[in-house]
Design a binder for this molecule. Structure first.
Ligand SMILES: Nc1ncnc2c1ncn2[C@@H]1O[C@H](COP(=O)(O)OP(=O)(O)O)[C@@H](O)[C@H]1O
Ligand SMILES: [Mg+2]
Length: 332
């Protein structure tokens, strides 16, 4: 094969690729060696090694980036931190997702890991993300999962501190926070960020001010070009306007679980327990369609707890039906 093409091909291989591709790369090296092209083979080998080593250095899994150099700024009046840090070990991350959502989350993570390679081509990873969808369907959890998967420190914006008693300071609080995080690789969650626009008991002056703050917030989000990932979430699906979506690099809808995902959650929840022979998880999953992930997890846990507390040997249909009946009212 053409030397230049081969070199280019090898430069694009890293450990994010499948093992099969990496094996093929090694067999090309062997092949070139056998043909007597030792110089080319050595060159390809060192490109491959360097790429794989660099990818190894990326923070992954449990390797957490250092946080000691970062001090969360506080609001001027009450000295409250503008964001809370959640320790890595407490991040929720075991999610059951549709293939579509999983692929999109993975793409954010892959682009982050490949940020330096992207930069060589004048490209930037997706770093301003909007997660939207009904309540209890994993928006906040997905933010935590991304931090977990990438081994990045996780911070959650405290809107109570941001909107200090001096409304006028909210905008400067926000920009102070984003600016302080510019050079600090982390995941910053702006959970239910539209909450700012929903403040109650406001005078008409304040309403105008809140409107201004929301616009500034959106402007700050749009301008963010730091080293981390900003994740904003909202339940307000219907009223989101197109202009809002344009401000983000990516927007992902986290919908209610489908039958497949419901079954998977039930299987995971009951994996350590015995199920009575008459229990059909397939049938039960059907009864749970239309419920949010949060309620389904709760129903499954309620049924399991009931069986355990009553020292039953297994979970029976009655346990499941009771849990469903009790929680029905919360959903829909
Ligand atoms: N995709 C999911 N897989 C497994 N459990 C989930 C998923 N989404 C939500 N949950 C469950 O629901 C709870 C609430 O999720 P959360 O992310 O807080 O919802 P949201 O932010 O969309 O309101 C989680 O603690 C978890 O138990
Ligand atoms: Mg949430």
């Amino acid at each position: 094969m053409n030397q230049v093409l081969l070199t280019r091909l090898f430069k694009s291989i890293d450990s994010n690729q499948s093992k099969a591709l990496i094996r093929v790369a090694y067999s090309i090296i062997d092949h070139e060696k056998k043909k007597g092209h030792t110089k080319l083979a050595d060159k390809l080998n060192s490109i491959l090694l360097k790429n794989l080593e660099e990818a190894e250095k990326e923070p992954k899994g449990l390797k957490v980036a250092k946080t000691q150099n970062f001090q969360v700024p506080v609001d001027r009046r009450y000295r409250l931190p503008l964001a809370n840090h959640i320790e890595h070990e407490y991040l929720r991350h075991e999610m059951v997702l549709s293939e579509d959502v999983e692929t999109k989350i993975l793409r954010i993570e892959k682009e982050y890991l490949a940020r330096e390679r992207l930069a060589h081509h004048g490209l930037k990873p997706r770093k301003r993300i909007l997660l939207y969808g009904p309540s209890g369907c994993g928006k906040s959890m997905a933010g935590e999962k991304i931090a977990w998967d990438l081994g990045l420190p996780f911070y959650k914006v405290r809107f109570d501190s941001i909107i200090s008693s001096y409304l006028g300071e909210s905008a400067s609080n926000l920009s102070k926070l984003l600016e302080s995080m510019e050079d600090f690789p982390c995941v910053l969650l702006l959970d239910e960020f539209d909450i700012i626009g929903k403040q109650r008991n406001l005078s008409s002056n304040d309403v105008g001010e809140i409107h201004r703050i929301v616009n500034i917030l959106l402007g700050l989000l749009e301008e963010y070009d730091g080293k981390g990932i900003l994740i904003a979430t909202t339940n307000l699906e219907g009223s989101l306007d197109k202009a809002l979506f344009r401000r983000f690099d990516d927007f992902i809808k986290l919908p209610k679980p489908e039958l497949n995902q419901i079954k998977q959650i039930l299987k995971i929840s009951f994996s350590a327990l015995k199920l009575d022979k008459k229990v059909s998880l397939d049938q039960y999953a059907k009864k749970l369609t239309g419920f949010s992930y949060a309620i389904i997890v709760k129903i499954a846990n309620d049924a399991a707890k009931h069986a355990i507390i009553n020292s039953k040997e297994a979970i029976f249909t009655q346990d499941l039906d009771r849990a469903l009946q009790e929680n029905k009212a919360i959903n829909k």
